[in-house]
Design a protein around this ligand. Structure first.
Ligand code: SF4
Ligand code: SF4
Length: 183
C-alpha cells in the first residue's frame, strides 16, 4: 500500500516539475512568431535569393567564374561598332550583349562568392528566402532582358560582321595581279 501511494506521488511530482517550466514561460514574452503571417527579421548579412540588375551587367563573366558549383551560365555577343549599349549606372561603357544569364538556384549554395568580384555590383543577395517550387527546373532563373528574337538578331548581326571582316582581310592579303610594263 505504501509503495502504491509512493508511485502516485512520484508521478505527480514529475508532472509538477515539468509544469513548473511551462508556467514560467506563460508569463514571459513569447520567442516564437506566427509564421508565415509574421516574418522573422533577417540578420543584416543574411544570404537569400540572388538578383541581377541587367541594366548594370557588362557580361564580364567574373561572377560565373567565381561560383564554386557552376550554377551561373552566361553567354554574350560582342556589340557591333554601330551599336550603342549605353553605360552602367556607374558610368562603365557596355560592349557586350548578354544573351544568356541563368542562375540555377537548385544548385546554388548561397555562398555569395559571385557577389564580391562583380565590378558593377549588379549581382546581390535579396531578402527573398521563400521561393520553393514543385519542379526543380523552375528554380533555374533567367535574368536576360532581351527577347529570343533579339538574341538571334544580335548573334546573326555579329556573325555577318565577322564574315565581312574576314572577307575584307582575305581580299587585302590576296596577291595583286602583275602590272604591265612598257618596253
Ligand atoms: S551564391 Fe555561391 S553557389 Fe550561388 S550562384 Fe553565387 S557563387 Fe554560385
Ligand atoms: S560579375 Fe557582374 S557585371 Fe560581370 S557578368 Fe556577373 S553580374 Fe554581370
Amino acid at each position: 500500500m505504501r509503495e502504491y501511494f509512493s508511485n502516485i506521488w512520484s508521478g505527480l511530482f514529475t508532472v509538477l516539475v515539468g509544469m513548473k517550466i511551462t508556467f514560467k514561460h506563460l508569463f514571459e514574452p513569447s520567442v516564437t512568431i506566427q509564421y508565415p503571417d509574421e516574418k522573422p527579421k533577417l540578420p543584416e548579412r543574411a544570404r537569400n535569393r540572388l538578383y541581377v540588375n541587367m541594366d548594370d551587367c557588362i557580361g564580364c563573366d567574373q561572377c560565373s567564374r567565381a561560383c564554386p558549383v557552376s550554377c551561373i551560365e552566361i553567354e554574350t555577343v560582342k556589340a557591333l561598332p554601330t551599336d550603342d549599349l549605353g553605360k552602367t549606372s556607374q558610368g562603365k561603357k557596355k560592349a557586350l550583349w548578354v544573351t544568356k544569364f541563368n542562375i540555377d538556384f537548385a544548385k546554388c549554395c548561397y555562398c555569395q562568392l559571385c557577389v564580391f568580384p562583380c565590378p558593377t555590383e549588379c549581382i546581390y543577395m535579396t531578402e527573398t528566402y521563400e521561393f520553393s517550387e514543385y519542379q526543380r527546373d523552375s528554380l533555374n532563373y533567367s535574368f536576360v532582358t532581351l527577347t529570343p528574337s533579339e538574341i538571334e538578331e544580335k548573334k546573326d548581326n555579329f556573325a555577318k560582321f565577322e564574315a565581312e571582316k574576314a572577307a575584307q582581310k582575305a581580299a587585302a592579303a590576296a596577291p595583286k595581279p602583275a602590272q604591265k610594263t612598257d618596253e
